[in-house]
Design a protein around this ligand. Sequence first.
Ligand SMILES: O=C(O)C[C@@H](O)[C@H](O)C(=O)CO
Length: 271
Amino acid sequence: MSKLLRKPEKNEISQGVTIAQEVTAGNSPLEYVGFKIVDLASGAKYSEVLGKQECCIVAVTGKINVTADEEVFENLGTRESVFEKVPTDSVYVSNDRRFEVEGIGQARVALCYSPSEKQLPTRLIKASDNGIEQRGILNNKRLVHNILPDSDPTANSLLVVEVFTESGNWSSYPPHKHDRDNLPEESFLEESYYHEMNPPQGFVFQRVYTDDRSLDETMTVENGDVVLVPVGYHPVGVPDGYTSYYLNVMAGPTRIWKFYNDPDHEWILKR
Ligand SMILES: O=C(O)C[C@@H](O)[C@H](O)C(=O)CO
C-alpha cells in the first residue's frame, strides 16, 4: 500500500475515546501538518496539552463540548452526517494551551495541527462563520466550506477547508500543487485529506504526482482514509453513484494558499 494512504484504525486509548487516524511529524513525511480523527462515545472526554502546536478542533459529526484553558464552548456541531452538507462548528486553540473535548452522544472530531510559536486567542469558528463557495463548472463542480482560510488571520499556519464532490465529478482539479516556497507565484503547503463517502462502501481515486514523476501514486481511497500530500499535484475523481467529502488541512512556512496548476491540464479551466 502507498505510504501516502492511511487506513482508519480503532485505537481505544481510554473508555469511549478511539483514535481512528493519527498523522504526526514522527510517523509521516509531513513536517507542518498533523491530523487526528477522534471518535467519542457519549460523555467520553479527550484532552491534550498542545506544546508548540496550534490546533483546529472540527466537530465533524455529532455534538461536543470544548474547553480550552478557562474558555468553555458548549453544544458544538451541527450534523449527524457530513453529507447533510451544512457547515459545522470548530474551535481554534493556540500553542501551549490545554483543551478537552467531550462527546454529547456519539461524536467524531477532527484535530488539525501545525507547529506554532506565537500564542493567539482561542476562537470559536461557528458554522455560520464558514465561507461557502461553489467552485467549477461541468464535471468539475464542488462545494467548499472554508473553516480557516488564508483570508482569516486568526491562526499562525493552519488552513482548514471541507470539500464536497458529487457523483461523477472531479475536485482539486485541474491538478494543482503548492510545493515551492516561491511567492508570489506559489506557496509551500503540505496537505492532508480526510475522506468520507456516501454511501460508505464508495471509493474515490486520488493521484499524487510531481512533474518529474519521481512521485506518482494513484490511490483507491475508501471511507475514513487519510491521504498525505507532502508535495505534488493531488486531484480527486469520484465514481458515478457516490458523493465524496474531504477535510483538508494545509500548513507551511507562509500562511498563503497560492497554487500552481499543472500546465498540461490547465485548459480545463478555459472551457
Ligand atoms: O477546489 C477544490 O477542488 C478543493 C481543493 O482546492 C483542495 O482544498 C486543495 O487541493 C487545496 O490545495
